[in-house]
Design a protein around this ligand. Structure first.
Ligand SMILES: Cc1cc2nc3c(=O)[nH]c(=O)nc-3n(C[C@H](O)[C@H](O)[C@H](O)COP(=O)(O)OP(=O)(O)OC[C@H]3O[C@@H](n4cnc5c(N)ncnc54)[C@H](O)[C@@H]3O)c2cc1C
Length: 387
């Protein structure tokens, strides 16, 4: 319990120190190069990693509370933690060899290695099974070829989990690759509409050699690994969205009590109260959805081999992610409306949430794909409308 409090205090202190820096980065539309140094300073780059690997060993409830707090600072900032910790550290904890844990997981806790997670390609988004990156074995190495697209931390990461298919049997495998080898070309994607303060990139691998020891899990296990990683990732996205709704509520409430129009604070106008009530209901419902998903995820974590618990956790997390992403976007929209003309600006936080949270309805499973997944969970596998 004490450890949980101290973790959440460090996360809160990190957020408070980062905020004025993030304010400037939003106004200048520039990459925030202080997220990682400050996260190092507060020792929060290995929240879920067990202490034997130098991490903070946060239980899942603390971890998710941390994501809610970080989400208040913005979807961009939370995305950095989602990728580094939920998608990669947790995958290495579950599927990595002891050598991979020593070589990658341990240094990542101190921020000596920053991670990215690369599943998406130009021709494989909603359906990752259509990916084209391939690998073939060559003595003690695997040789990888292909392009990954729209990758968070893509050009700043020191190591990336990539997914590729065998040239022999087309089965998907996962590899952890260092990004300083010969045959990698990276490019930052600068034209995105939101999350301006973090890195999103693409990279191409040309005859990129990876040691055989960098295979994560077994050969052909890539799709299982990706699916489990996405359960971790989506839960963090849902929690982060609950955080951004909370921030919108705080900002909109404060502003509406101060701003005077027609001789009274706008908070006294009934239509403004409708927006406040809407944001509040989004917050309480999102928190409830996240709590339900965390509880089910915790049950599965305690019995990792239980397929039924995994199925239930997967669905509860998908529902939470779908709900919270949409609630967060609507909450930000309502908060912008309450701020009126000032809302349509990066000077105020709701506008930043509006542009940033929109991507939560796209990455780690689009709204549409999650709806199909949830419907298949209700109707049964034989009704599955997708892979
Ligand atoms: C800022 C940002 C960061 C990202 N970070 C990462 C990352 O770190 N790692 C990573 O691997 N990926 C990342 N992504 C990629 C993201 O996961 C994909 O964009 C997403 O999965 C959708 O794929 P797509 O863009 O190719 O869209 P498409 O798959 O082309 O889909 C286009 C539209 O068609 C719909 N659609 C597709 N198939 C169906 C169907 N069967 N039924 C109904 N509708 C369907 C989709 O829902 C969507 O509305 C990121 C994306 C963005 C924008």
């Amino acid at each position: 319990m004490e450890e949980s409090e101290s973790i959440l205090k460090d996360v809160n202190d990190f957020c408070e120190k980062l905020r004025p820096i993030a304010d400037i980065c939003y106004l200048e539309h520039k990459f925030n190069d202080q997220i990682i140094p400050l996260a190092k300073e507060f020792n929060i780059l290995g929240l879920p990693v067990p202490r034997e690997f130098d991490g903070r060993g946060a239980d899942i409830f603390t971890y998710i509370k941390a994501f809610e707090r970080i989400g208040m600072e913005g979807t961009g900032i939370r995305t950095v933690f989602s990728v580094h910790s939920s998608l990669v550290q947790k995958t290495l904890m579950r599927f990595g060899t002891n050598e991979q844990k020593e070589r990658y997981l341990k240094p990542s806790v101190k921020g000596e290695i920053i991670f990215a997670f690369a599943l998406t390609e130009p021709d494989a988004g909603s359906n990752p099974l259509e990916l084209k990156m391939n690998f073939k074995k060559d003595q003690d190495s695997y040789v990888l070829n292909g392009t990954k697209y729209l990758i968070s931390n893509g050009t700043i990461a020191d190591a990336i989990i990539v997914f590729a298919k065998s040239t022999i049997d087309d089965k998907m495998s996962a590899f952890i690759i260092d990004t300083d080898g010969e045959g990698i070309e990276k490019e930052e994607l600068v034209s995105k509409m939101g999350t301006p303060t973090i890195d999103t990139g693409m990279f191409e691998l040309q005859d990129y050699k990876v040691d055989v020891n960098n295979l994560v899990g077994g050969e052909g296990q890539g799709w299982q690994i990706a699916k489990q990683a996405l359960i971790e990732g989506r839960l963090g996205v849902a929690a982060g969205c609950a955080g951004s709704i909370k921030d919108c509520l705080i900002e909109a409430t404060e502003y509406s009590k101060e701003r005077m129009q027609y001789g009274k604070p706008i908070a006294k106008h009934q239509l403004i109260q409708e927006h406040i009530a809407g944001i509040e209901v989004h917050l309480s419902s999102s928190e409830a959805m996240v709590n339900r998903a965390v509880t089910m995820k915790d049950e599965w974590d305690k019995n990792p081999g239980d397929k039924e618990l995994m199925r239930r956790a997967d669905l509860a997390v998908a529902e939470a992610k779908l709900f919270c992403a949409n609630a967060a976007f609507d909450a930000a929209d309502r908060a912008v409306q309450i701020l009126g003309g000032r809302g349509w600006s990066f000077l105020y936080r709701p506008g930043r949430h509006l542009v940033d949270t929109r991507v939560c309805r796209i990455y780690e499973g689009t709204d549409e794909i999650l709806k199909l997944k949830i419907a298949a969970g209700v109707l049964g596998k034989q009704y599955r409308a997708y892979f």
